[in-house]
Write a protein that binds this ligand. Sequence first.
Ligand code: FCB
Length: 484
Amino acid sequence: MSSSAHPTRRSLLAAAAIAPLIVPEVAAQSGTAAPAGDLSFPKGFRWGTATSAYQVEGATTADGRGPSIWDSFCREPGRIRDGSNGEVSVDHYHRYKEDVALMKALGVSTYRFSIAWPRLFPEGRGAPNPKGLAFYDRLVDELLANGIMPFATLYHWDLPQALQDRGGWESRDTAQAFADYAGFVASKLGDRVSHFFTLNEMRTFIELGYGNGSFAPGLVLPKARLYQARHHAVLGHGLAVQAVRANGRGNIKVGMAENIMTALPAVETLKNIHAAELATREMNAAYLTVMLEGRYTDAYLAAAGADAPRFTADELRTISTPVDFVGINVYAPGAYVEASDAAPGYTAIPLPRSYPHMESRWLTFGPDTLYWAPRQVARLWGVKDIYITENGTSAADQPAADGKVYDIDRVMFLRQYLAQLRRATSEGVPVRGYFVWSLLDNFEWLEGYSIRFGLHYVDYLTLKRTPKLSASFYKKVIARNALV
Ligand code: FCB
C-alpha cells in the first residue's frame, strides 16, 4: 500500500464508528446462522454465471454496431498477447440459445451479462440502433423462457470509440451520456430485467485504461487528469442509478459491480480485523467508499494534494445515490495487514514471492478474501444486500485423451472460495447471490484467448463448447444449495 492511502486519526475514529459488528452470536439469535456441520447456503440464494459483451459476443460489425475502444486497442500491435481480438470470440451473438441451454443444464437461476453500449448507440449518443437492442430482447426472452433471471451490466469496458474521441472518461459528458444510455436500456428492458449493474470494475478500467495504459484506451495520464477520470466514473455510476430508476418500470434494482480491494487480517485477532477494515476503506476511497459514503476520505484528498479531483457537493450527492445492492468482484487478496499504534492504524505486509497463485500471475490464491470482502462491505457501510458478481479462476485447461477437461485446480479453487463465502453467510453476512466468472472460455482482454476462465471449454477452431469437471461440480453445488 502506498503512503497515499493513509488516513488521519480523526477519519480513523469516524470509520471505526460506521457500522455495528456482525458476530456469529448475533446471527444465531436472529435465526440466520446455519447449524454446525451444515454446508448449505441460505434459502433462495441465487447461483449464476457471468460474461461480458466484448469478451463473448463477437459479431463486432453486425447489425450496425459501432466501434468500441477495445476494437481500436486490439488493432494496436503488441497490445494483446496473442494478437487476437473480439471480432469472433465465441460467437455468443449467434449462439446465445446454445449458451442459455448450457446455463439451464447447470441449473443456474441467474445470468449476469453485459450490454454493448456501441450496439445500442453506435456513436455513444444520439439515435438508438433498434437492431442492436433487438439482440438483447432475444437474449432476455430466451433466458426468461428457460427460467433464468437476467442481471444486466450496463458497462463492461466497451466504450463507444466516438466518445473516447471526445475525451472518454476524462470528460464529464461521458458520465452524462452513460446515464442517458442507461435510462434508455431501462425503458426498453426494464419490464423483464429486474437487476441492473451500472459499471463493471471502475477501478480496473480507469487505473489500467487511463493510469498505466495497459488496457483500452491505453492512456498514461498525469495524476490530476487521472483523478478527474476516476471522479467521472463514479459520477457516471450515480447518474445512471438515477436514470435507471427514472426510466424503468416496476421494481427495478440497481447497484454497481466493483472489484473491491480487500485488506485481510494477517492473523485473525480482533485488532487486526479492525485494522483490515480501516485499510479496506482507504484502499477503496476513490470507488466504493465515495459511492457508499458520499465523500472522499481526508487521506485520499490529502495524498492527492493539488491533483485532487474537482467536484461539487451536488456531485457527491449524486455519486452516493442510494443503491439497492452492492455487487463485488472478488478474486485475490488486496493486502494483508497488521494493526499498528501509529497512524493510520495498520501496516501492510507485501505478498512474498512464494504466495501461491493460479494460472494468471495476478490471481493469488486467497480463499478467505471471499469471507472478508462481503463481511467488510456489510460492516463498513451497513449494506443489506450483497452480490458476488464475479469469482473464478484461470487454469491451464487441456482436453484429455477421452475429450474431457479435468480442471481439478478450478474445482479446488471454487470449493475453497465457496467454503469461505459460506462462512460469511452462516454468520449472517447478507450475500444474496454468487456468479462464477465465467460461463465459458472467452476473450480475456490482454491475454487474448491464451488464458481460460470458463466452466465450459471452447475449442476456438470449431467453437464447440464442452462442460469441464468444474461445471459438474458447480451443478451439484447449485442442486443442493450447499457446498459439495
Ligand atoms: C475481471 C473482469 C472480467 C474478467 C475477469 C477474469 O476483472 O471483470 O471481465 O476478465 O476479471
